[in-house]
Design a protein around this ligand. Sequence first.
Ligand SMILES: [Zn+2]
Length: 70
Amino acid sequence: MAKCAKCSGDDLRTKRENGGVYGMNKLPLGKGKKGTVAMDSTVCISCGNVEFTISSDDALRRIADTWERP
Ligand SMILES: [Zn+2]
């Protein structure tokens, strides 16, 4: 079972691709039609921590190709 990275609570809720008009769940990747990727957001009910996860392999490949390592 998934646990919160912050408080180790296990009461997590997730919502996939709830971007829509709420642009916060979209990560900009570049120009064009596929310029953004929707992120799954997971919220910890215990402490309110929010995590974003990308579940699109295509988008992850694009990021690996075009983004720099920190
Ligand atoms: Zn938590």
